[in-house]
Design a protein around this ligand. Structure first.
Ligand SMILES: NC(=O)c1ccc[n+]([C@@H]2O[C@H](COP(=O)([O-])OP(=O)(O)OC[C@H]3O[C@@H](n4cnc5c(N)ncnc54)[C@H](O)[C@@H]3O)[C@@H](O)[C@H]2O)c1
Length: 315
């Protein structure tokens, strides 16, 4: 029988990249994308991917218990991968309500559906932000056993979801796994996020707003490498386990914006410094040795080359 993979939030940045790669890699699997189609969804790319025989789409909310029950009853998924989330930190600072609903309560609905319908794996897409800030000058590196210390309403909601997922493993023996990745770059990212936003600004010769002094650092991971890691974890990763996914590629926001200026032959004088984000975490730093030694994953993308492709895709 064909394996059925339910991809919730599959129309967003990482989900749509995952579906593009996996529908091509596994022609014998049946993929079902379930997505609410919020402002963050890429409906054009989804429509294109839906032309494939092995992908179908159902519009719906992961918080809608009745709709999720009907979905599981008709689809009977073997594996559920949850990308669905409110993902923009700035929006969570404006209002955390929808973040707690979707990112925590929505995950509860999915977990209970997995229990009821007996999925063989629930995989939760999480973030390195759950470990909290690594301050300037600190040499702290977080592995999967490090304490959670989230600093923004967004990362709190993701940490709460992670704990709920692990509790379903401990309490009900639900076969779950979690991956916590660093910042992704790549095509199909929503224009509100740093790289596409700066590209749009630069192309239009508009000011490129950088928070604070631009020193904040993120570890930039190619979305393709992220998707490859998820593929390995759902097939070969152990249940009840958490896997960090990192690139060991720290770049400050200011450096990133300068790279974009250089790529587009735009003057750095477009860069402007604006009031810092409230509670802005300086950096995050994880090790993904567990993923490398257990599953033999390593990032394959060349940063500058892949970043140039991504930048070109936003023009
Ligand atoms: N983008 C990153 O750099 C990054 C890094 C680490 C972890 N993550 C995590 O990866 C996941 C995907 O991130 P992304 O950048 O692709 O996010 P995104 O905001 O681009 O996409 C989220 C998708 O979820 C859908 N969605 C939102 N609420 C929903 C709901 N209630 N029901 C069903 N669908 C809903 C949206 O329509 C959208 O298609 C998130 O869980 C995020 O926390 C992202």
């Amino acid at each position: 029988m064909k394996k059925t993979i339910l991809v919730t939030g599959g129309a967003g940045f990482i989900g749509i990249n995952f579906l593009e790669l996996m529908t091509a890699k596994y022609p014998d699997y049946r993929f079902v994308c379930y997505d609410k189609l919020t402002y963050a969804a890429n409906v054009d790319k989804l429509a294109e991917l839906e032309k494939a025989d092995n992908l179908s789409f159902v519009k719906g909310d992961i918080c809608d218990e009745k709709a999720v029950d009907e979905l599981f009853s008709s689809v009977q998924p073997d594996i559920v991968i949850n990308f669905a989330a409110e993902s923009h930190v700035d929006r969570s600072i404006e209002s955390s309500d929808i973040f707690l609903k979707t990112n925590v309560l929505g995950v509860r609905v999915l977990l209970d559906a997995c229990r009821k319908y007996g999925a063989s794996r629930f995989h939760q897409i999480s973030t390195d932000e759950v470990y909290g800030e690594v301050p300037k000058g600190s040499d702290r590196v977080c592995d999967e056993t490090s304490p959670l210390n989230p600093g923004s309403p967004y990362s709190v909601s993701k940490a709460a979801a992670d704990m709920l997922v692990m509790s379903y493993h401990r309490t009900y023996n639900l076969p779950v796994s979690i991956s916590r990745s660093s910042n992704n770059y790549g095509k199909y990212q929503h224009p509100e996020k740093l790289i596409p936003l700066m590209v749009k600004r630069a192309v239009n010769n508009q000011p490129m707003p950088v928070y604070g002094n631009g020193e904040n650092i993120r570890d930039w991971l190619s979305v393709t490498d992220h998707c490859r890691a998820i593929d390995m974890i759902i097939h070969r990763g152990r249940t009840g386990e958490i896997y960090n996914i990192c690139a060991d590629n720290p770049v400050s926001n200011l450096e990133m914006v300068k790279i974009i200026c250089e790529c587009l032959s735009k003057p750095e004088s477009l860069i402007t410094y604006v009031e810092d984000r409230k509670g802005h975490d300086f950096s995050y730093r994880t090790t993904c040795n567990k993923l490398k030694t257990e599953l033999f994953w390593s990032p394959l993308s060349e940063f500058e080359k892949e970043l140039k492709y991504a930048i070109a895709s936003f023009m």
